[in-house]
Design a protein around this ligand. Structure first.
Ligand SMILES: Cc1ncc(COP(=O)(O)O)c(C=O)c1O
Length: 374
């Protein structure tokens, strides 16, 4: 058997990591500003994280949701405290797509309505329900096209208002910051108006914070910069630092009943211990403040850079839209300067580093950037 060939892979295999440094088998060193796609929130091999995960695996790595699991309660309490969503309920699953599937299903159960409004350029995952709220035909099979979903352009308040007025929607789903679309930040005003529109029409507001959450922008969730509260918030990626996890934060207005949602692996002991360790590190080491400060440093260094069409982002969720003459820059950063970055199509380099990226790493990137673009 061989692998189903769906990933475009670099011919590099990291075998070891520490903080924001990776090494391949030959001992070559790389700076990691990609974090395995925003997953490595507290750096590779953080000693407290490694100790917590190893200790839990030595005790009990997994048991199902048929028994008590106080690690889930501990995680819920910590997540409530660090996120400011104290009064909400928590449902644990295994990935971002699964978190969004559950959030949309809950919104539909709760409102008794079928329709969901989503935004152009959105990405909410690749499972059937999650991909149906994404308007990219390349990843949405004909099977996933449904009359229950409509799209409006991100930031278009008139179109959003018109759509919500014409039909009864169960939910509006929006990313705290659009990632795949090239780091598009909805304005604070737009999020505030959207919240008000949802309130007026009895529509639930689902905030997908899978990429933009977990402290990356300097607040725990990106939408909190706008001072709004969602009805459902979805998380995954950085929450357990690399152990698969998904989470739905659920408004207290939404009732649970036995069997409404469920999963075999969700909330398992290993994932909970990993997520608890991540939250302790983020909170205990002031990583949200660090992310905000380092993000401001990147912005001061690179905004208006001659190689850029635009600098976008917040904190350590950064999109660098490069001028066409610099196409290929991401590969050059990797192969000539040994720096991992992310991308959104050919034109945008995405930085999604660990929240504890040292200032030295940020400086190394800017020096490499300037050396390759001048
Ligand atoms: C905003 C957003 N939502 C959902 C997902 C899907 O998460 P997963 O790949 O864990 O299913 C992603 C993944 O990139 C994402 O960025």
């Amino acid at each position: 058997m061989d692998l189903f060939n769906v990933y475009k892979r670099w011919n590099i295999e990291p075998v070891r990591g520490q903080g924001s440094t990776l090494w391949d088998a030959a001992g070559q060193e790389y700076l990691d500003l990609y974090g395995g796609h925003a997953v490595i929130s507290v750096g590779h091999g953080h000693p407290k994280y490694v100790a917590a995960v190893a200790e839990q695996l030595g005790k009990l790595g997994f048991y199902s949701n048929a028994v008590q699991n106080s690690l889930q309660d501990t995680l819920a309490a910590k997540l409530g405290k660090v996120s400011g969503y104290d009064g909400f309920h928590l449902f644990l699953c295994n990935s971002g797509a699964e978190a969004n599937e559950n959030a949309l299903k809950l919104a539909s159960f709760h409102t008794g309505r079928a329709k969901v409004l989503a935004f152009g350029g959105a990405f909410h995952g690749r499972t059937s329900g999650a991909v149906s709220v994404t308007d990219n035909p390349k990843i949405r099979a004909p099977f996933n096209a449904t009359p229950n979903v409509a799209f409006v352009p991100l930031g278009d308040l008139d179109a959003t208002e018109k759509e919500l007025a014409t039909e009864s929607y169960a939910a509006v789903i929006i990313e705290g910051i659009q990632g795949v679309a090239g780091i598009q930040v909805p304005s604070d005003g737009f999020l505030q108006e959207l919240r008000a529109l949802c309130d007026r029409t009895g529509t639930l507001l689902v905030l997908d914070e899978i990429q933009s959450g977990c402290g990356r922008t300097g607040k725990f969730f990106a939408h909190q910069h706008a001072g709004v509260e969602a009805d459902l918030v979805t998380m995954a990626k950085g929450l357990a630092g690399g152990i698969p996890i998904g989470a739905v934060l659920i408004s207290p207005a939404i009732q649970a009943s036995y069997g409404l949602l469920g999963t075999t692996f969700g909330g398992n002991h290993l994932a909970c211990a990993a997520a608890i360790a991540v939250l302790d590190i983020i909170d205990g080491e002031g990583l949200m403040a660090h992310a905000e400060k380092l993000g401001a440093w990147f912005e001061a260094e690179l905004k208006g850079d001659p190689a850029l069409v635009e600098y976008r982002g917040r904190g350590l969720m950064i999109g660098l839209e490069i001028k066409p003459e610099h196409e290929g820059l991401r590969d050059r950063l990797l192969f000539e300067k040994h720096i991992f970055t992310g991308a959104s199509g050919a034109g945008v380099i995405r930085l999604l580093p660990a929240l504890n990226l040292p200032e030295e790493g940020a400086r190394q990137f800017v020096e490499a950037w300037k050396a390759l673009t001048r």
